[in-house]
Write a protein that binds this ligand. Structure first.
Ligand SMILES: *Cc1c(COP(=O)(O)O)cnc(C)c1O
Length: 359
């Protein structure tokens, strides 16, 4: 007889893959580092910072985020990484047994968080042009509609028009829409402004990518005050620790220049890496994020071979075979995080060697 929740029986632990590679391009974290202003704050922390509880709901961090995204602080909720924010939001919006619709492929933590909250996830394949299938998403009647823009792992943007259509449909069905903008800084686009006119839109963001703070776990979401208040209840107090909060506030202030500089470099290197793949006769998916997904036959053996050479990339064995390149690769693809060109150059050398050995 089980002593724990039956629905947890087939939930497996998230496994980010083997660590310890010389060059790790597998998780889209910031390969340049993080803002020096944030490092300085951590070094300066005193005993009180460590021995006392942090602010229960991170009001200083909320103020800094509110200025960064341009909404009142009452429209911001923070979390222990945006993973925590997504988890809390799902719990706040859906009763156990209700549905969450998400595109396929997308961020794999989302269906996991749905299950952890007793919510049933429904995968809706992207269209052959990597767009969200708006009608199919709405047709699920799901309580929560999740989209990710730019989408992980394709790097493709969900158009503003698509999100507006989903919001209009969600109004009719009393649904909530979550837009995950973990990579928005690299796309130059956002739908955060739409929260002013929609009580059912939550835009989730993170400081793990452009701000380089993945190890500190700082995420947040933006939405109507009443919506955000429910996520905050579901989240609970003290989720952002004192050091993380100090570093994040510094990163959003003095650190912003560093962040912007490295966003620009990322965008530049993304274009260079994309054309390197094209020069090799491959068809990388045009990306608006800090990674590039390249469909390639034999991706699993190439990834293993690259790992032996000290380079980790994320391998997808069997993505839905949406279109030309992915159909030709049988759904196999590799995702490369963008970083300093020296690292990408080494990765390309390993990729070429691995490909010729794996042929
Ligand atoms: C990396 C990523 C996150 C960020 O997760 P954190 O918990 O904030 O580190 C969220 N959503 C997507 C789609 C991601 O790829």
């Amino acid at each position: 007889m089980r002593v724990t929740r039956a629905c947890y029986g087939d939930i497996s632990l998230y496994s980010p893959g083997p660590a310890g590679c010389r060059i790790d391009l597998s998780d889209n974290t910031n390969l340049w580092g993080f803002p020096p202003a944030a490092a300085r704050e951590i070094g300066r922390a005193d005993a009180e910072t460590v021995t006392r509880y942090p602010q229960a709901y991170s009001s200083l961090l909320k103020d800094a985020l509110s200025e960064y995204v341009g909404v009142p602080a009452a429209m911001v909720v923070t979390g222990c990484g945006s993973d925590d924010t997504l988890d809390s939001a799902i719990r706040a919006f859906a009763e156990p047994g209700e549905l969450l619709a998400h595109p396929d492929p997308t961020f794999p933590m989302v269906p996991k968080f749905a299950r952890m909250n007793g919510v049933v996830s429904v995968a809706v394949p992207l269209t052959s042009s990597y767009d969200v299938d708006v009608d199919a998403m709405l047709a699920t009647g799901a309580r929560i509609i999740y989209v990710c823009s730019p989408n992980n792992p394709t790097g493709t943007l969900v158009t503003r028009a698509a999100i507006e259509t989903i919001l209009a449909g969600a109004g009719a069905g009393n649904q909530v829409v979550i837009v995950d903008e973990a990579y928005a800084e690299y796309s130059g686009e956002s739908v955060i402004d739409l929260v002013a006119s929609s009580e059912r839109l939550l835009v989730v963001r993170t400081m793990s990518k452009a701000f380089g703070l993945a190890g500190l776990r700082v995420g947040y979401a933006v939405g109507a005050p009443a919506l955000v208040a429910e996520v905050e209840k579901s989240r609970g107090p003290y989720k952002v620790n004192a050091l993380a909060s100090l570093a994040a506030v510094a990163a959003l202030g003095e650190g912003l220049e560093w962040v912007r500089e490295h966003i620009a470099l990322t965008i530049d290197h993304r274009a260079r890496l994309t054309s390197e793949f094209q020069n090799r006769g491959l068809s990388p998916i045009p990306s608006a994020a800090n990674f590039v997904l390249v469909p390639v036959r034999g991706a699993p053996s190439i990834a293993r071979n690259m790992r032996e050479r000290g380079i980790a990339v994320r391998c997808f064995e069997k993505l839905p075979q949406l279109s030309g390149a992915l159909a030709e690769s049988d759904g196999a693809a590799l995702r490369f995080s963008i970083g300093p060109w020296e690292l990408l150059c080494e990765a390309l050398i390993a990729f070429d060697a691995a490909r010729s050995e794996c042929e």
